[in-house]
Write a protein that binds this ligand. Structure first.
Ligand SMILES: NC(=O)c1ccc[n+]([C@@H]2O[C@H](COP(=O)([O-])OP(=O)(O)OC[C@H]3O[C@@H](n4cnc5c(N)ncnc54)[C@H](OP(=O)(O)O)[C@@H]3O)[C@@H](O)[C@H]2O)c1
Length: 261
């Protein structure tokens, strides 16, 4: 199936690693132009080296999505680069933050709110003029299955993922008149750099063992962590004109982990 993504233009926050990079790969493979952003210049350069493809525009920007001015700057850069048009925004930048409730601090709560809620709202608001200029605009919020149900010691992440889910639903309604579709991917447990860091080693076999154990502990019905490619392809579809009747929806990408559909 041709997804109709050739020459379309996308911004992926946190596209320098893990799931964001996988989404970038899938989009580039479909002929799209892709901009990624992240905080580490080194990670961005490594990602760009792996993404560059003849005839397509692949570009990286250093940006912290919790900085209130970041999306305004990105909009200016992309507007002049891509003639004022953006076909899709992937709000993916993030990290898992959770712990024992009574040990959480106000600073952790505010920081996580900035990262998981304000970054989505600012990202969409600042990119609106560019998205409105697209013939098939789409937003994809990368959240977690824990947006729909909580587990012990899961805050603040799980609470703000629920807010991200509400924002997806509300934005889908608010932006439908502009033809902008807004959907969410709810991630269960997918291999990425954050799990390599959690495993505490770069050794591929040790990381695999760590992920197999975690998949078993979580009770994932398919019995394993997902692969970044499995996410990337779902993202490309949701962002494509072939998903033209999907908006305000959240797709579990979780190997069956979530008891809530
Ligand atoms: N993988 C999973 O199993 C899983 C499960 C549930 C939810 N998720 C969500 O999926 C998204 C991607 O996670 P991942 O697993 O791919 O993690 P990852 O491999 O650690 O990648 C995270 C990406 O986000 C960027 N980033 C983090 N904070 C940022 C900030 N403030 N501003 C700009 N960029 C930032 C990172 O680059 P820099 O550090 O250089 O900025 C990196 O490119 C996250 O929102 C995560 O919470 C993942």
């Amino acid at each position: 199936m041709d997804l109709g993504l050739s020459k379309r233009k996308f911004l992926i926050t946190g596209g320098s690693s893990g799931l964001g990079l996988a989404a970038a790969r899938s989009l580039v493979a479909e002929g799209a132009d892709v901009a990624i952003c992240g905080r580490s210049e080194e990670r961005i350069e490594q990602a760009l080296d792996s993404l560059r493809s003849d005839g397509q525009d692949v570009v990286g920007f250093r940006a912290d999505v919790t900085d209130p001015g970041a999306f305004g700057q990105l909009r200016e850069e992309l507007s002049s680069r891509w003639d004022g048009v953006l076909d899709g925004l992937v709000n993916n930048a993030g990290e898992h933050t959770s712990g024992k409730f009574e040990e959480t601090t106000d600073t952790q709560w505010y920081d996580d709110f900035d990262l998981k809620v304000m970054a989505i709202l600012r990202g969409v608001r600042e990119m609106l003029p560019l998205l409105r200029a697209s013939s098939a605009p789409a937003v994809l919020n990368v959240l977690s299955v824990f947006a729909k149900y909580q587990y012990k010691n899961s805050m603040p992440s799980s609470m703000f993922r629920s807010a991200g889910l509400s924002a997806t639903n509300a934005l889908a309604r608010d932006l439908a008149d502009d033809g902008i579709r807004v959907n969410a991917a709810l991630i269960g447990f997918i291999h990425s750099d954050q799990w390599v860091r959690a495993a505490g080693t770069d050794d591929a076999q040790a990381v695999q063992e760590y992920e197999d154990n975690r998949a078993q502990q979580l009770g994932i019905p398919l019995g394993r962590a997902g692969t970044p490619e499995e996410f990337g392809d779902v993202a490309a579809f949701l962002l494509s004109p072939r998903a033209s009747y999907l908006t305000g929806t959240a797709l579990n990408v979780d190997g069956g982990l979530s008891p809530v559909i």
